[in-house]
Design a protein around this ligand. Structure first.
Ligand code: C2E
Ligand code: MG
Ligand code: MG
Ligand code: MG
Length: 293
């Protein structure tokens, strides 16, 4: 459906374009009423939270995970977030969806605590509309209070494009999130109008280098130089660095040389269902285990 395709490209902008490559698109979904489907999916519990481990390069162990939502559609099968987050954002369904993700993450954290698993920090993505919600921090606080999960267990991921407009309101919201005990990560760093001034102006704890800079790091001297410089600069500002999309040992070795703090990527693990992540935690799976496989 050409209308749908054009709509998507327009709405979702430059950086997300790759998610609409034909091979990744569930063609069937175009023929359905996506909004109605997503609304029902929320009610029927078809949305699941997957976890992708964040691995500390010092210890080699899992220190956290990014929560990544998936839609298990009864007929179409698994739908990736690139296919429905933009629509959710557009229709406002991102608000209940975000609530669902937060509640699920808190429930899972409680389960891990009860099972005596080592504490980890869970990173939750916020989209622009969520971030602009007036009562964002109050809604998060409610969930934390209800569940008893400490805010310090959570990190919130924002993108540069979200913080660059309206500096005053951004500052207010970030301070509220930090008051909850949560930390702030700047996601996909390097893909937007990257400005080092954000790092100075806003209380950013962690910077996530986008996978487009990590991809060719072992063969492109410029990418390597950029990654190295970004890591060094972040450290001087007291900011932690996570490299996204680490797929090879060569990338891992270089990032380690550059003193990157943590990595996330298919090399260690894809995003996995909660049961599988719990198993990794209980087995204390680490970077050292890669050598055994
Ligand atoms: P993101 O926050 O930048 O998440 C990282 C994406 O990179 C994930 O895609 C992850 O599966 C993928 N990835 C991780 N390691 C590798 C690797 O080694 N190679 C490659 N090629 N890809 C890797 P995913 O899960 O499809 O999510 C896409 C985007 O959807 C996320 O990008 C995030 O912006 C958004 N998203 C996902 N879950 C949520 C959510 O609960 N709420 C909101 N607001 N947005 C979400
Ligand atoms: Mg993210
Ligand atoms: Mg990212
Ligand atoms: Mg990304």
């Amino acid at each position: 459906n050409a209308d749908v395709a054009m709509y998507r490209v327009k709405e979702h902008g430059r950086n997300n374009y790759r998610f609409y490559a034909p091979e990744m698109t569930h063609m069937a979904i175009d023929r359905l009423d996506m909004e109605g489907n997503l609304r029902r999916a929320l009610e029927r519990g078809e949305l699941q939270v997957y976890y992708q481990p964040l691995v500390d390069l010092g210890s080699g162990g899992i220190v956290g995970a990014e929560a990544l939502v998936r839609w298990q559609h009864p007929r179409i099968g698994m739908i990736q977030p690139g296919e429905f987050i933009p629509l959710a954002e557009d229709t406002g369904l991102i608000i209940p969806l975000g609530q669902l993700v937060l509640r699920q993450v808190c429930a899972d954290i409680l389960d891990w605590q009860a099972a005596g698993l080592p504490p980890v920090k869970i990173s939750i993505n916020l989209s622009a509309r969520q971030f602009r919600q007036d009562d964002l921090s109050a809604t998060i606080r409610n969930v934390l209070d209800e569940t008893g999960v400490e805010g310090g267990r959570l990190a919130f991921e924002l993108t540069e494009s979200m913080v660059m407009h309206d500096v005053e309101n951004t500052l207010v919201t970030l301070r509220e999130l930090k008051k909850l005990g949560a930390t702030i990560s700047l996601d996909d760093f390097g893909t937007g109008y990257s400005s080092l001034s954000y790092l100075k102006r806003f209380p950013i704890d962690t910077l996530k280098i986008d996978r487009s800079f990590v991809r060719d790091i072992h063969e492109d001297k410029d990418d390597a130089a950029i990654a190295h410089a970004v890591i060094a600069m972040a450290h001087k500002l007291g900011i932690k660095v996570i490299a996204e999309g680490v797929e090879t040992r060569d990338q891992l070795r270089l990032l380690s040389e550059f003193s990157c703090d943590e990595i996330q990527g298919y090399l260690f693990s894809r995003p996995v269902p909660v049961g599988e992540f719990s198993l990794m935690l209980s087995k204390q799976r680490s970077l050292g285990d890669l050598d055994k496989t």
